[in-house]
Design a protein around this ligand. Structure first.
Ligand code: UGA
Ligand code: MN
Length: 277
């Protein structure tokens, strides 16, 4: 079993990104999806995506500590720590993989990581100033690392660039709240040695996962008083669309603030939506 650990948090891109990832994971046999939700309560929107996959899953509420609500905080750490704690309590066999909600994964990656004995590593595309971050393999062994930000790290790799056998997940395993050092300090906490690392993806020559980033979309507010449509059956589909857009986190609908909306017909504004015609 592969335990695919995904931190997530609410934003306009969350549902499309999780939908895309769900539709990748649905092609993978023997996978258990652990979504660690950066929310004080697990979100219904996320739970619905999980349910529709028909995959075994665990949905954990793992809000970040208040201290880290500023900028340049370590992202996804409270989530991954909660997932690791859950795995340590509930699972003894299988493979742990940290896959963020915005990464892109080739299905071949799963065939590769499934046989990890201790810790396997492989290239990740779209990282930093080299376009890739990867171990460098000589004579079948990891001899060093190619990553544009060494950052005084023992293992300068991306979160998506390694997998761990649960047998190797020691009680000492811990991920620090230090931006940029989460992966390295986690691997060091496993007491990993260079000679333990199993290079995958044809001796780290193939790229099977990418650190894709989605352009941030500022959530708009639409000024519309939905109450005006009560008892107006001809607007029911439209009202339901607005409610769905708001429920999925892509816009706020407010009655006294935001962008003034119009419906267009024959190239003209047809309904001003401030009063019904
Ligand atoms: C990069 C690495 O790929 C992450 O693994 C690492 O945690 C992060 O940097 C870091 O060092 O802080 P990046 O693409 O820059 O990730 O960050 P995001 O994709 O915004 O966040 C990483 C993960 O944490 C995502 O799965 C995201 O959904 C989650 N996250 C982000 C939260 O759960 N809460 C937040 O407030 C922000
Ligand atoms: Mn990301």
């Amino acid at each position: 079993m592969i335990y695919y650990v995904t931190p997530t948090y609410p934003r306009p891109e969350q549902v499309p990104e999780l939908t895309r990832l769900a539709h990748t994971l649905m092609h993978v046999p023997r996978i258990h999806w652990i979504i660690a939700d950066d929310q004080p309560l697990c979100s219904d929107v996320v739970l619905n995506i999980l349910r529709r996959t028909n995959l075994p899953f665990t949905h954990i509420s793992s809000p970040k500590p208040f201290l880290y609500k500023g900028t340049n905080f370590p992202r996804g750490v409270s989530n991954r720590r909660a997932a690791v704690a859950w795995l340590q309590e509930n699972v003894s066999d299988g493979i742990l993989y940290f896959g963020d909600d915005d990464n892109t994964v080739d299905l071949e990656l799963f065939d590769e990581i499934r046989n990890t004995k201790k810790v396997s590593m492989f290239p990740v595309g779209l990282i930093g100033g080299y376009g890739v971050s990867s171990p460098v393999v000589k004579n079948g062994k990891v001899a060093g690392f190619f990553d544009s930000w060494p950052g005084s790290r023992t293992f300068p790799v991306d979160m998506a660039g390694f997998a761990v056998n649960m047998k190797f997940l020691k009680p000492s395993a811990s991920m620090p709240y230090i931006a940029g050092h989460e992966e390295d300090k986690f691997l060091v906490s496993l007491d990993l040695k260079m000679e333990d690392i199993e290079p995958l993806a044809d001796n780290c020559t193939k790229i099977l996962v990418w650190h894709t980033k989605t352009a941030k979309y500022k959530k708009p507010t639409v000024k519309i008083n939905l109450k005006q449509f009560d008892g107006e059956p001809k607007f029911q589909n439209f009202v339901n669309l607005l409610k769905e857009t708001s429920r999925l986190g892509m816009a706020s609908i407010e009655s006294n603030n935001g962008t003034k909306p119009y419906i267009i017909r024959d190239r003209k504004s047809y309904e001003t939506l401030t009063g019904l015609q």
